[in-house]
Ligand binder design. Sequence first.
Ligand SMILES: *Cc1c(COP(=O)(O)O)cnc(C)c1O
Length: 409
Amino acid sequence: MEKFTGSFTQQESIPESGIAAAVDILRSGRLHRYNTAGDEIAQTPMLEEEFAAFTGARYCLALASGGYALATALRALQVCQGAPVLTNAFTLAPVPGAIASMGARPVFIETTPDLTIDFGHLEVMARATGARVLMLSHMRGHICDMDRLMALCDGLGVRVVEDCAHTMGASWNGVPSGRHGVIGCYSTQTYKHINSGEGGLLVTDDAGLAARAILLSGSYMLYSRHRAAPPPEVFQALRLDVPNVSGRMDNLRAAILRPQIALLEERAERWNTLYRTLETGLAQTNGLRLIPRPEAERYVASSFQFTLPGWEPERVAALIARCAARGVELKWFGAPDPVAFTSRYEHWRYAMPTPLPQTDAVLAGLIDMRLPLTFTPEDAAMIARIIRAEVAAVAQGEVGPAAALLMGD
Ligand SMILES: *Cc1c(COP(=O)(O)O)cnc(C)c1O
């Protein structure tokens, strides 16, 4: 019986040029973005310029984390305490967390079987709550029909902030992810598409929002050292009205990230090769549904999802346990209790979520798997064979004792 021995959490090392730049920064001691010698241009503003160019955005700001970027976007939009903010029910904890950090109220929107936001429910809830902002999470890299979404939100007077933690380098109809909404936010945390341990990026074309975000991030009166930023007069009008909520990125992380932007294209190709290998290996597996990917979507598949429609929890738990025994780490969004990174909307009690039956049905059978670039296509093919065999075994009633353990009884 085949057993997989690779690690689902092992990322690639930092490119040598990034390591060299990081060592230079350490030697100089000038880690703070505003600590420059003479007319030196620091690593952080250079990263911002390069990422702005990569996305085609006018302005870019580097921050301490992706979650902080999301909260900064809401602050820049002046979302008030108690205000409703629409967001996907299927997302990661930092998204409702960013909304809650403002004292605002997350309003969760239903999930389609293709893992994207439900437009019908979005419209109903936008009208019912009068929300002015949608924090749209491209969760696990699945992009909804962005042309339809923007038309809908424009019609409703709802501004869109895009959470692109899983879509850096992706696009819809040729428009980069993060460039449809008024603000796009990205994470550079270790499990995302470029890795600085922790970090976030925010892009926008709106000069006022960019200036607010820069002041909010803790720029003191040093905003003129930013390069992918609006001119000083925009700051002049705002600088005494916007609080400093420190959350800057430092030069060390920027130095590590800069060479990775150039690698994104090649990384996307490699991720998508792994993804397609899994897709092919799992095609027409009885009881297992693959997520269709629209023609207009250019994805960067750093993870893989499938659903087990109609499976009872015991059978799903059995499959997870059997795959784990063969070295294949699957995450289950329907697990009764949150495990590691995987929690779902009903676990976010502070947001007082009301039940969403459609999302519940999707998440009950949703399986998720990381695809680190340290995997080869042969690894992906073997993982597919293992999942396929175990799905067949569980379908034939081989549940086994491990499932009871996972179910917590
Ligand atoms: C990782 C992640 C974030 C936030 O990232 P951090 O950098 O860890 O704060 C936001 N949204 C989603 C969907 C994520 O996966």
